[in-house]
Design a protein around this ligand. Structure first.
Ligand SMILES: Cc1cc2nc3c(=O)[nH]c(=O)nc-3n(C[C@H](O)[C@H](O)[C@H](O)COP(=O)(O)O)c2cc1C
Length: 369
């Protein structure tokens, strides 16, 4: 394939499905339970209609967005994702370079496959560190200090993983990090030689932020001990911007705002955590009403096009994050695939803006003026 063959997120997904071992594809693509949450995410986004407006001069359109006092070239960034180098060697750094090029935030996962220091450098500062609170919190606060030292100015605390969700597709393959290669995985890898050779030559991806001495980590370690007191402690210790990700309840959101959190991210983790959640896009307007016109609300989960980005912005989000489809694009055709996917998103968004008569993106508040 050539990257120009990617005309939509689904194209990238289809190419990724062929290229990746089934275990890796299912890890990225899978969702919790019977995956009805992923279906709900999609149908709720599809249900948001945008009415075309006519005879407005939309010949020049700006896609940039103010974000924490800086100008992002686009209103969407890169959601934090663990173990991205499973999609292809060097995937993490491809995402970092993309963030640098477009001045958009790259979420650097606690469980990234590249050390946080390298990521922020490659992203030329356009990186936010994503934190999981786990165990008794001691290691967590050491990671916070390390992020500060590495120059991070924004921290994303992900709160929707009190336990890692049950994803049958992952469990069926015996997916574990760092992964073990038994007979079943061996066969799967043998049928995908391009991926397997590339990955073997580059070295098996690992949890890079835990390879320093004293950073023991268990992906399944309980994250269930975090409380509002933990949040207060973090707020006190972290002077930079603090985003809390994985919020779906309006009262929780209001309490976060009161607690001095700088932004909430409406998300159900791409339906990976809990099959029963409401779809985040339905929650966004309620958050906007409850939190007021000026409080930053971010959105992710299920974004598959620039049209989806506009749907979220018009529903009341200030900024949108994109997840899996970027990994699919990388799996499909490396950095060229990623750049092509990004351009598709940008074009889709720009055209959608023209259709609804917008030359600027909606700023805060809901609807199209
Ligand atoms: C493979 C994979 C790994 C992820 N790892 C993390 C993570 O380490 N931390 C986190 O906060 N969210 C993680 N997420 C969730 C994303 O940040 C985001 O919420 C989700 O991917 C958005 O949905 P989408 O993939 O449908 O765009 C992960 C998602 C995927 C697909």
């Amino acid at each position: 394939m050539i990257s120009k063959d990617i005309h939509s997120a689904e194209d990238a997904r289809q190419f990724a499905m062929r290229r990746l071992p089934r275990m890796v594809f299912d890890y990225i693509d899978g969702a919790a339970g019977n995956e009805a949450g992923a279906v709900r995410n999609r149908s709720a986004l599809d249900a948001v209609t945008l009415t075309p407006r006519i005879l407005k001069d939309v010949s020049t359109r700006s896609l940039s967005k103010d974000l924490f006092g800086t100008k992002a070239h686009l209103p969407f960034g890169i959601a934090p994702m663990g173990m991205c180098n499973l999609s292809a060697p060097g995937a993490d750094l491809m995402l970092a370079r993309l963030a640098a090029r477009h001045k958009v935030p790259l979420g650097v996962s606690t469980v990234a496959s590249t050390p946080m220091e390298e990521m922020i450098e490659a992203a030329e500062g356009n990186a936010w560190f994503q934190l999981y609170f786990s165990g008794d919190g001691e290691g967590t606060f050491r990671l916070v200090d390390r992020a500060k030292h590495a120059g991070y100015q924004t921290l994303i605390l992900t709160v929707d993983v009190p336990e890692v969700g049950r994803r049958p597709r992952e469990l069926r393959h015996g997916f574990k990090m760092p992964f073990k290669i038994g007979p079943r995985q061996f066969l799967d890898f043998a049928f995908h030689p391009r991926w397997s050779l590339g990955t073997l030559m580059a070295g098996r991806p690992d949890l890079a932020n835990f390879q320093l001495e004293g950073f023991e980590f268990d992906r399944t370690e309980s994250r269930a001990k975090a409380t509002w007191d933990t949040l207060s402690e973090l707020r006190e210790r972290w002077q930079g911007k603090l985003v809390v990700k994985g919020v779906l309840d309006v009262q929780d959101a209001a309490r976060l705002k009161e607690a001095g959190v700088d932004a909430v991210q409406v998300s159900n983790h791409g339906a990976r955590q809990f099959v029963c959640t409401p779809s985040p896009i339905e929650v966004v307007p309620k958050f906007r009403d409850a939190l007021g016109a000026h409080y930053p609300i971010f959105f992710d989960s299920g974004v598959r096009s620039g049209d989806d980005v506009l749907r979220a912005l018009v529903s009341g989000a200030n900024f949108v994050f994109v997840g899996r489809i970027l990994q699919f694009a990388i799996a499909a055709n490396g950095e060229a695939g990623l750049l092509q996917m990004w351009k598709v998103l940008e074009d889709e968004l720009s055209i959608a803006m023209a259709m609804v008569g917008l030359s600027q993106l909606p700023n805060c508040g809901r609807g199209i003026d």
